[in-house]
Design a protein around this ligand. Structure first.
Ligand SMILES: Nc1ncnc2c1ncn2[C@@H]1O[C@H](COP(=O)(O)OP(=O)(O)O)[C@@H](O)[C@H]1O
Ligand SMILES: [Mg+2]
Length: 294
């Protein structure tokens, strides 16, 4: 079958390349494209660049929708929904992808389903954010949309917290401020495909002065993890509630048990493959083909 993959030059190329290889290895034809290069016609016609018809795709893996203005991002999300209307299986589904990219929408959905998430402030009013910090104390400030630990700040000092928030506000970004969860110097990345936990690892805080994040991208060290039933259930339920066909769930080991901070809709798995030897790309492609056939 003809399978698509939406990518962008600079984002997670390794994962994109492994997926393309796995698709070809399974005998499929592959079309890789940037969503910004795809045009749509109503009712159902999709072309890549000038006039290459890609309407016949059976399924698409969305690795990224790329960067852009509010207009461009809205168009690309609607385009994924249009693919779905046309019977092209989108993985992760358009709405799930959009929601997982937005940490605010992710946490409200998880909380509603009874999953433990950190106490979090979201808004555009600095004074309201300051009041929240006064109440909560030690906080983490992160971009509401974004990834790989970039831009996250652990602000223990009130003055620094204020200045960081002011700066973010001036950049025109929404304030996303969260209580710091007390936990060991590691957290868990659990990889779920098709509702099953396929592997998990501990990510340790790198030995760098002041570092507190565990992102592999920031140099975090990985080790394979055998999750307890409680943590396994939490990871599977997170994927299910967010309707993610494959995802990397970030879980903190809090004193009150598993605490979910995000679920990645286009996770990378180089760290996980290294520590577990699993063929993650193959499993993702198998799942896509299974869903695209339905
Ligand atoms: N509330 C929190 N308490 C303690 N540590 C956190 C908290 N939120 C994030 N971290 C740390 O920062 C890292 C990055 O945060 P995360 O929410 O996963 O954002 P992203 O990976 O998209 O940058 C996490 O892997 C974790 O190590
Ligand atoms: Mg993360």
């Amino acid at each position: 079958m003809l399978l698509g993959i939406s990518y962008d030059e600079n984002i997670n190329n390794w994962a994109t390349a492994s997926l393309i290889e796995a698709m070809k290895g399974a005998g499929h034809e592959v079309k890789a494209f940037r969503l910004s290069d795809v045009s749509a016609q109503i009712p159902y016609r999709f072309t890549h660049l000038e006039d290459e018809d890609i309407s016949g795709m059976a399924g698409v893996v969305v690795r990224t929708i790329g960067f852009g203005t509010g207009d461009q991002v809205t168009f690309r999300i609607s385009l994924l929904e249009h693919f779905e209307d046309a019977g092209i299986y989108v993985m992760n589904p358009a709405y799930s992808f959009r929601r997982a990219k937005d940490k605010y929408a992710t946490l409200t959905t998880l909380h509603r389903a009874g999953i433990y998430v950190p106490r979090t402030f979201v808004g555009e009013n600095i004074d309201a954010a300051v009041k929240f910090v006064d109440e909560v104390g030690d906080v983490v400030i992160k971009p509401m949309i974004g990834s790989r630990g970039l831009g996250s700040i652990h602000a223990e000092h009130p003055e620094l917290t204020y200045r960081a928030m002011k700066f973010i506000h001036q950049l025109g970004q929404v304030l996303y401020v969260q209580e710091t969860i007390q936990k060991p110097e590691r957290d868990i990345r659990a990889f779920v495909i098709g509702g099953k936990l396929v592997g998990a690892m501990y990510r340790y805080v790198p030995e760098r002065r002041g570092e507190w994040r565990t992102n592999i991208h920031e140099g975090g060290r990985a080790e394979p993890a055998q999750l307890s039933e409680e943590y396994e259930e939490c990871a599977i339920k997170t994927a299910e509630v967010l309707r993610l066909d494959y995802t990397g769930v970030d879980i903190l080991e809090s004193k009150a048990g598993p605490c979910v901070i995000e679920a990645n809709a286009a996770p990378s798995w180089s760290g996980l493959s290294q520590v577990t030897g699993l063929d993650i790309a193959g499993m993702i492609v198998d799942r896509l083909v299974e869903l695209a056939k339905k």
